[in-house]
Design a protein around this ligand. Sequence first.
Ligand SMILES: *Cc1c(COP(=O)(O)O)cnc(C)c1O
Length: 243
Amino acid sequence: MADESTTQYDAQTLCDNLAAVEQRIEQACDRAGRSADEVTLIAVSKTHPVEAIEALYEAGHRDFGESYVQEWQDKAAALPKDIVWHFIGHLQSNKAKYIADEVAMVHSVDRKSVMKQLNRRSDERVDVLLQVNIAGQGTKSGVAPDGLIGLLELTRNYPSMRVRGLMTIPPYVENPEENRGHFQNMRELFERAKAWLHENASEDADAFEHLSMGMTGDFEVAIEEGATIVRVGTGIFGQRDYS
Ligand SMILES: *Cc1c(COP(=O)(O)O)cnc(C)c1O
C-alpha cells in the first residue's frame, strides 16, 4: 500500500477498531456472567502518534496506556488534560519522579527502588499495581509469585503509594487458551493478597480491586478469569513500528 500510515490511523478505522474491541469485551463479560462496566479498556498507544489518540479521544475514549516516559511526556503535553494515563512500561527508578503525580495509575511497580522513588517524589498518593511475573519468564519484569506478599509488606513503608491491585504480562502465545492457567493463578494471587491486606488491617484493603491482565491476543480469556483492566494496543491501533 502506498499510503499505509494514513490508512492505519484513519479516524474512522480507529473508532471501528475500538468499537469492535468493546463489543468483544461485552461478549466475554456476558460469557463470564460479569457486567461490562467492571472492565476498563486501556488503549495502549505507545509508538502511535498523537493524532491517533486524538481521534479516539474525540470519540469519547479516555483511558490510554504508555510505556516510555519521554514519549509519554511529549504526548501528554500535546493532548487534553483529562486523559486518564496509565503507565504500563518497565520503570527505571530514576524516571519514576516524572510520572508519580502525573499519571492515573502506575501498573509496573515490582521492586523497592521504584517504590522509594515514587514515594519520595509524590505530593499526592499515587495509585499503583504490583507487577507479577506469573510465568516465571527470565526476561520479564515483575515480582515472582512467591515474593508478592513480601513486596506488599514493603509497600507499607511508602505511604504515598496506594496499591490498587496486580498486573501481569504473560507470555506471547498463538492460542490464548494457553494463558488461561496463568490468568487463573493471577486471580488466586489477587485473592490471597487482598486477604492479607484485610488480615493486616490495611486501610487500603478495600481499594485493592484491580487485576490488569489481557492484551490483544488474550483479553477475552483474561476477562473470563477476572481481569478488571485490559490493555489493548495492536487490536485498536494496528501494528507498532519501533523504527
Ligand atoms: C504494548 C503493551 C500492551 C499492548 O499489547 P498488544 O498486544 O499490542 O495489545 C499491553 N500491555 C503492556 C504492558 C504493553 O507493554
